[in-house]
Design a protein around this ligand. Structure first.
Ligand code: GAP
Length: 676
């Protein structure tokens, strides 16, 4: 089964990440905490490289973007204005298959047959599913039917999700019964131990969350089984074996997702923001939130940045930093975490009406491909297209080829009410779903949204502080327009503002007055900038880079013994270690001295790893697993054994194992040209 194989790949990647110190489970020594991950020595370097490359590309190498580093906790008023406090607080129910949420009070009543399962057995793993890292070696072998009978009879009704949830009494009784059936011989203590181990292992193999499906009239029960298998597979159960199928009729039920048929979660006020209190008093007045995105600080500081940075629209503000979301189901390793990092740019542009007033028309650009260098007559569509293409270039520049990427253009139904367009850049992860033709679209790495003037308008309304800019060029151009054009532009701008104000529930009379004032403002050179937002997740990108880099190579030695080694083929620009420096022999002081000199020459410029332990082959293999693109060996020729090779080193390339000789004096430039 293709999916199972891909899950196996994911398991290997998770295991390599731990073994080589890329990513660890947070708080692992205390059993971990779901949705939180730590980056080990190699992961920390990889992450730092990615963030620095993003920062350099998005800010330092551009004239029109500046940076910001804001606090994680901000005034709760920001989250009120942004809509996060209210829009996440609805009573929602979630479809466990599609993750789509529906308002609890808006589910259409349905009639049909309910098919219900108690859980599923995980046939092919000896691991506890809920505890990620604990291993339970099987001690008693049962045939699947035996396991199933025993589970259904003794454990199913309690539905424990861990051994601790089964009472000792129950466990003992259960164990005795099991062992009697199996004809197990032993004293009381042996029986108790064996029973405990058996239940431990079996419960570990059993995912105990129930699943129910509403079969519409005339549909075969197979549809329910297929959905249940997807449900349990999504939760990490390999080759699920469904347990306890029961069917019954229902009329006008509002418990099932109208599209997928799956039973909806309990209704919950779904606010993804982590709440805390500022100061010593835990009262409602002191509530604050950990930011769920970095973007809002940029909007809140827009005025200050504009006033201090000598930037003029169009320009952008970039920020990299932590974000927190209390995700209901964190999953797929780091892909959906509760604490993660974002790299966000808010790029402020003139509204199209201002562009049209100044330049006569808004530039049209082809719907695909890079539109080229920014032009003054670009409207939101050109800017949006530009940023999508710039971001794709960025990903390609760090080794994610176009074949590994995909796009999702959000449909009008998917778009936020204020957004005009949003293109998601996807990466084909091992866990990404296949469509019916077997194609993989991928999962979201980054979204590039055209968010209109919604955010600044909200902060202007909520804070009472002006967020508009004055544009001298617009004012001058407006005066030269003919009356018909003025009227047309005024009306369009007015209608856009009125639509926004009405949608936000502003009193109709006030909305009409404000929209008129805004349109009058445009005629005097004033507008609230629109925004294009490329918003990327650092952790998802790290996972994409690790997945992309992972490769297995089987090597056979002279004696015919073969072993599989792992090579992390990171692009040199992101590789955690750029170069390994190795003296050929550890016990030759003159080789060691030279190698340390080379290390010290390179160290101020890049991350260098000095290694003199073990055979040179072993040292190369260690660097291959870490993803180091180049290794330098200092040998006797370096010291002048062959005079023509004096002060040269061997450079070994990770991906093809090829070696070449280079003068130490040329090394730095040679490496910098490849790792930067
Ligand atoms: N300001 C817009 C915004 O935050 P988003 O699509 O919710 O948009 C942007 O998030 C990016 O942040 C996503 O494309 C993803 O890469 C990353 N991201 C969002 N939620 C995440 C999570 N729970 N775990 C890891 N990364 C996440």
């Amino acid at each position: 089964m293709a999916e199972a194989k891909e899950n196996v790949l994911m398991e290997k990647i998770v295991s390599l990440c731990k073994r080589r110190g890329f990513i660890f489970q947070s708080s692992e020594i205390y059993g971990g905490i779901n949705g939180f991950w730590d980056y080990g020595p190699l992961g920390a370097e990889l992450k730092r490289n990615v963030k620095e490359l993003w920062w350099n590309t998005m800010t330092r190498q551009r004239e029109d973007v500046v940076g910001l580093e804001a606090t994680i906790i901000m005034s709760p008023a920001i989250w009120k204005a942004s809509g996060h406090v209210d829009t996440f607080a609805d009573l929602m129910r979630e479809c466990p298959l599609t993750r789509k949420r529906v308002r609890a009070d808006q589910v259409e009543p349905q009639t049909g047959t309910i098919v219900k399962y108690l859980g599923a057995l995980n046939r092919s793993s000896g691991y506890v599913l809920r505890g990620d890292s604990e291993e339970y070696p099987p001690t008693i072998s049962l045939r699947p039917e035996q396991e199933r009978t025993i589970l259904e009879e003794f454990v199913a009704e309690e539905r424990p999700s861990s051994l601790n949830e089964i009472s000792h009494l129950k466990l003992g009784l259960c164990g005795e019964e099991i062992l009697m059936r199996l004809g197990f011989q032993g004293n009381q203590k042996q029986i108790a131990n064996a029973a405990r181990e058996w239940v431990d292992r079996t419960v570990g193999m059993w995912y105990s969350e129930p699943f129910a499906f509403l079969l519409p009239q005339g549909k075969p029960v197979e549809a329910a089984r297929k959905a249940a298998i997807q449900f349990y597979t999504d939760r990490g159960v390999l080759e699920p074996c469904l347990i306890g199928e029961k069917t019954f009729r229902v009329e006008n039920s509002t418990d099932f997702h109208p599209e997928s048929g799956a039973e909806l979660s309990e209704a919950r006020p779904f606010n993804l923001m982590f709440k805390t209190y500022v100061g010593p008093v835990e009262s409602e007045d002191n509530v604050a939130y950990l930011r769920p995105e970095t973007a809002q600080a940029i909007f809140a500081q827009f005025r200050n940045v504009l006033d201090t940075s000598r930037q003029k629209v169009p320009f952008g503000i970039a920020q990299v930093g932590k974000a927190f979301r209390n995700e209901v189901t964190p999953r797929n390793f780091t892909f959906r975490s509760r604490e993660f990092e974002q790299m966000e740019l808010e790029f402020f542009i003139k509204p199209d009406e201002a562009i049209e007033a100044i330049h006569g028309s808004v530039a049209t650009v082809p719907a695909t491909g890079h539109p080229g260098e920014p032009q003054p007559n670009w409207g939101w569509q050109a800017w949006h297209q530009y940023w999508v293409e710039e971001r794709v270039r960025f990903y390609e520049g760090i080794g994610l080829s176009s074949q590994t990427l995909g796009f999702h253009i959000q449909t009008p139904e998917e778009l936020a009410h204020y957004a005009r367009a949003c293109t998601d850049i996807l990466f084909k992860f091992p866990f990404s779903k296949k469509d019916e033709q077997g194609n993989v679209a991928g999962d979201e790495l980054e979204g590039i949204a055209a968010r209109s003037d919604f955010d600044l308008s909200q902060h202007a309304r909520f804070s009472g502080k002006p967020m508009g800019v004055f544009d001298e060029e617009l004012r001058g151009a407006w005066g030269k327009l003919d009356e018909a054009k003025k009227k047309d532009l005024w009306q369009r701008y007015h209608d856009g503002r009125l639509k926004y104000l009405t949608k936000m529930g502003v009193d109709p009379a006030k909305a009409a007055k404000d929209a008129k004032e805004d349109a009058d403002g445009l005629a005097k050179g004033q507008y609230i900038p629109h925004v294009i937002e490329p918003s990327a997740g650092v952790d998802r990108l790290i996972l994409a880079l690790i997945t992309n880099a992972y490769s297995e190579v089987t090597k056979t030695d002279d004696k015919g013994k073969s072993e599989t080694i792992y090579v992390m083929k990171f692009h040199p620009r992101v590789a955690p270690i750029k170069v390994g420096v190795m003296p050929l022999l550890k016990n030759k002081p003159e080789l060691v001295k030279k190698a340390l000199e080379v290390r010290d020459l390179l160290r101020p410029w890049m991350n260098v790893f000095y290694d003199d332990g073990g055979s040179i082959g072993k040292r190369y293999a260690r660097q291959d697993e870490a993803g180091t693109p180049f290794c330098l060996t200092i040998d006797f020729d370096t010291l002048g054994e062959k005079p023509e090779l004096l002060d040269t080193v061997t450079i070994r390339h990770r991906d093809d194992g090829k070696q070449e000789r280079l003068a130490i004096g040329e090394l730095l430039n040679w490496l910098l040209a490849r790792v930067r």
